[in-house]
Design a protein around this ligand. Structure first.
Ligand code: HEM
Length: 582
């Protein structure tokens, strides 16, 4: 044989050998069982329908019974592998960033921006997350317990206090010239914040004995809303809807801690834009002038402008502070990421203050770009708003239905309240004493995780559980099924807070995943804990409540759990309240 041909063949033999080996290996890997369904649509509608109908857990369970703990399907336009269980969670939360990346629906990513944590990986994710944690870590957050306490009390004062009964003073015909928003016949309702209520209220029967729901009362108030004279008489019970109220509360806490924004016109504008932005978060990402997605994108850019304005103001304030301190003393520089001074500041100021001190000079570069601050402040607002409000809402429902849990929580909270002077704020140490209350919260999250699950994307072909997950496919995990696994949580349908008596030793790793796990585990855990415990403390020590309407456990997912009608309750202030509003 010609030696040239001989050597060429010799060179190709390993490549040919590798090709066959690789080919034979690939052929041993099978795609998981299940059907991809109709292209692009697949099983998306089935899952969304089940979420709405409060049967999502059953939907996932049925798939597992049919195909086992790993199956393929199509969700939201992408071929997907659904996996579940403790081992699956470990795989998802510990795989390196060359194997899996985070994956979120397109609508969410377009609204939140491409520099938010959801979109980042590797070093960028570490750097930005580290910066956020410099504000969200417990050692820093503990300074803010008092600030959150003030927000909770203000909320109760304006939205709960005096809302047990409505009193109507006068019935008025309002014409367009008096108030263009409130034409027709209205009742003047006299409470701590008087408002007009349309008459006849919802239908033909007299409004007198009809329950009036908080958000059905017109919001617009004008100078024409002067209190009319005349005798007032009680007109019936006042119902509060818990979920919208808890959303208001968590939003206010965010505004105060993230932006240093307290009540006022600016905050009201932000609420409006924020709510519009949230409206299209899970919408079909079709960007046409009349779509929900489009409205949400526009609201998101208005929120962005407001955050940029706040950034500019806070940057100027920091520069002024810096000039003053340059005259006084030198700031100590201890670590490579210098933390902001340990005085209270908001998240934006904190993020602006973090400098990369590797270059060791006064003009060290900021660790985050302006875009990164905007996108991540917006992400924190979204991630923290829907989740904690849902947890507090479902705790309120539980306390109305479970007298044993209620009595134990009340005992714990009254003990703490008794140790405080009137009007004294709660402290970090007080929260540490609320052990039982937090166990109840954890058990509530186990049985009803606000975040149903999430997605990751395979960055290369992965072999998992004997099957192939091809590169580019997404992986879907659901918290609830591991939470209901009886080999991990015996009698999973029983509400048993003692499962969390000593979470580290009693709950195996990667089994309780309401906050996710691994490098992307929720950084807002402590924040959520402080808000929840503070809210429950003041609620149980100052009010009693009972559920109105349906008292069963139903809710729908949108995608967060929403109890029927937002959970209407009837409240009664306590005669003896340990904590008075300062
Ligand atoms: C009961 C309350 C909460 C629950 C159940 C919850 C749950 C979760 C879950 C499941 C994830 C996804 C983890 C993953 O993909 O592996 C997450 C991520 C996140 N959460 Fe929370 N969360 C809560 C409250 C909060 C609060 C109050 C904040 C902010 C103050 C917050 C900020 C975030 C952020 C920024 C991420 C993205 C983290 C990353 O990608 O690195 N969360 N949360």
């Amino acid at each position: 044989m010609n030696p040239a041909i001989y050597f060429t063949l010799l060179l190709f033999i390993p490549a040919i050998f590798l090709f066959f080996i690789k080919g034979s290996r690939r052929s041993t890997k099978r795609l998981p069982p299940g059907s991809l369904g109709i292209p692009l649509i697949g099983q998306s509608l089935g899952l969304l329908y089940a979420m709405r109908k409060n049967t999502a857990e059953r939907w996932v369970q049925e798939r597992i019974e049919k195909y086992g703990s790993i199956s393929k399907l199509t969700l939201f336009g992408t071929p997907t592998v659904m996996i579940h269980g403790q081992a699956a969670n470990k795989f998802l939360f510990t795989s390196d960033s060359n194997t899996l990346s985070n994956q979120q629906p397109k609508s969410i990513m377009s609204i939140l921006g491409n520099r938010c944590l959801f979109a980042l990986s590797n070093d960028d994710h570490k750097r930005v997350r580290g910066a956020l944690m410099s504000f969200l870590r417990p050692e820093v957050l503990k300074q803010y317990v008092g600030k959150i306490d003030v927000q909770v009390r203000m909320h109760l004062e304006s939205h709960w206090q005096g809302k047990q009964q409505i009193t109507v003073c006068h019935r008025y015909e309002i014409d367009k010239t008096t108030n263009p928003f409130l034409t027709g016949v209205h009742d003047w309702v006299s409470r701590s914040s008087p408002t007009w209520v349309p008459y006849p209220f919802r239908g033909t029967t007299p409004p007198i004995i009809r329950p009036i729901l908080m958000d059905q009362i017109p919001r617009k108030r004008t100078s024409s809303q002067e209190a009319p004279s005349g005798p007032c008489k009680p007109m019936g019970k006042f119902y509060l809807r818990v979920l919208p109220l808890m959303k208001t509360l968590t939003f206010n806490i965010m505004c105060s801690l993230l932006f240093g924004l307290e009540a006022g016109e600016r905050k009201d504008r932000l609420v409006e834009c924020f709510q519009e932005m949230m409206g299209g978060m899970w919408s079909v990402p079709i960007n046409l002038p009349f779509t929900r997605f489009n409205g949400s994108l526009r609201a998101s850019s208005r929120v962005q402008n407001m955050i940029i304005q706040l950034i500019n103001e806070k940057r100027m304030a920091l520069q002024q502070q810096q000039q003053q301190s340059d005259h006084g003393h030198q700031l100590s520089k201890a670590s490579s990421l210098s933390s902001p001074p340990q005085q209270q500041q908001d998240l934006i100021t904190s993020l602006l203050s973090i400098r990369d001190e590797d270059n060791n000079n006064n003009n060290a570069a900021a660790v985050l770009t302006e875009n990164e601050i905007v996108d991540n402040v917006r992400l924190v607002m979204v991630a923290g708003y829907d989740t904690s409000s849902v947890l507090i809402t479902f705790l309120i429902r539980l306390l109305a239905k479970d007298p044993v849990v209620y009595a134990s929580i009340l005992d714990e909270q009254e003990e703490i309240a008794k140790s405080k002077a009137s009007g004294e704020l709660l402290t970090w140490e007080d929260l540490a004493k609320m052990k039982y209350t937090w166990r109840v919260a954890m058990e509530t999250l186990r049985m009803l995780s606000p975040v149903f699950g999430g997605f990751r994307k395979a960055l290369k072909d992965i072999e998992y559980g004997g099957y192939l997950i091809p590169k580019g496919w997404q992986i879907f995990w659901s918290a609830s099924l591991t939470h209901m696994d009886e080999s991990i949580f015996p009698e999973p349908s029983k509400f048993e807070p003692s499962r969390f008596d000593n979470q580290v030793s009693t709950v195996p790793p990667y089994s309780f995943v309401a906050f996710g796990g691994g490098p992307r585990i929720c950084p807002g855990y402590e924040f959520a804990r402080i808000e929840t415990l503070t809210a429950i403390h003041y609620l149980v020590t100052r009010f009693t409540w009972k559920l109105c309407g349906s008292t069963d456990d139903t809710f729908s997912r949108d995608p967060m759990p929403v109890p029927s009608q937002g959970l209407p309750i009837e409240i009664e202030p306590k005669k003896k309240s340990y904590t008075t509003i300062a």
